[in-house]
Design a protein around this ligand. Structure first.
Ligand SMILES: Cc1cc2nc3c(=O)[nH]c(=O)nc-3n(C[C@H](O)[C@H](O)[C@H](O)COP(=O)(O)O)c2cc1C
Length: 173
């Protein structure tokens, strides 16, 4: 798919069919994330691919929304603070930025494959840490619910391409 079309096609999907996603498809998503750029090429990401009922139940407790629970797959994207680059001048940790870029790659690939995704950051971090038994060096950046959009997914999402105009966010110097 042409890039401009892909950008417009990607939208937050908040209603999924219960169709399972083949492992070969999941591998394609991870492969798209794998080639993302990162500071100093440190690639400080860890992805938890969650498909079992037990783990999915725990994840939904961290973000209890009806629509969220319809996803057949969650990928929890984490930044590994022991691997991320810190800028010398102010120690800024770039792990979150790197993970966000990798997630964006993954989401655009998902869109190309006909899958729906949504960024979710409004989770309860303690519940999620417990659910995945996350090591202290891992910071969960986002949960990405992934699935084939259900027939109800489209109308509401139509409004989602409301964006600022270029002049509202650009300074020409
Ligand atoms: C960093 C980030 C965090 C977000 N967290 C949530 C969330 O917790 N729950 C949710 O329903 N949507 C969440 N979203 C989705 C945004 O609401 C959505 O991207 C925005 O409204 C634009 O719509 P679009 O994705 O359809 O283009 C998040 C998006 C981003 C980029």
């Amino acid at each position: 798919m042409k890039l401009d079309k892909l950008f417009l096609e990607r939208k937050s999907v908040r209603s999924f069919s219960n169709e399972k996603i083949d492992k070969s498809i999941i591998i394609q998503l991870l492969d798209a994330a794998r080639v993302a750029p990162s500071a100093v090429n440190y690639q400080p990401w860890r992805f938890f691919v969650c498909t079992s009922d037990d783990i999915k139940q725990k994840i939904t407790e961290s973000y209890p929304r009806k629509w969220f629970a319809t996803a057949p797959l969650y990928i929890v994207a984490c930044a590994d603070k022991s691997q991320s680059w810190k800028r010398a001048s102010d120690q800024k940790d770039h792990g979150n930025i790197d993970v966000a870029i990798a997630i964006t790659h993954l989401m655009l690939k998902a869109t190309e494959l006909g899958l729906g995704t949504c960024w979710v950051c409004n989770f309860d971090v303690d519940i999620l840490n417990d659910a995945l038994n996350l090591d202290k060096v891992l910071e969960p950046v986002a949960i990405i619910p992934i699935g084939y959009p259900s027939s109800e997914a489209s109308p509401k999402e139509e409004q989602s391409k409301k964006r600022k105009y270029i002049d509202e966010f650009t300074e020409w110097m």
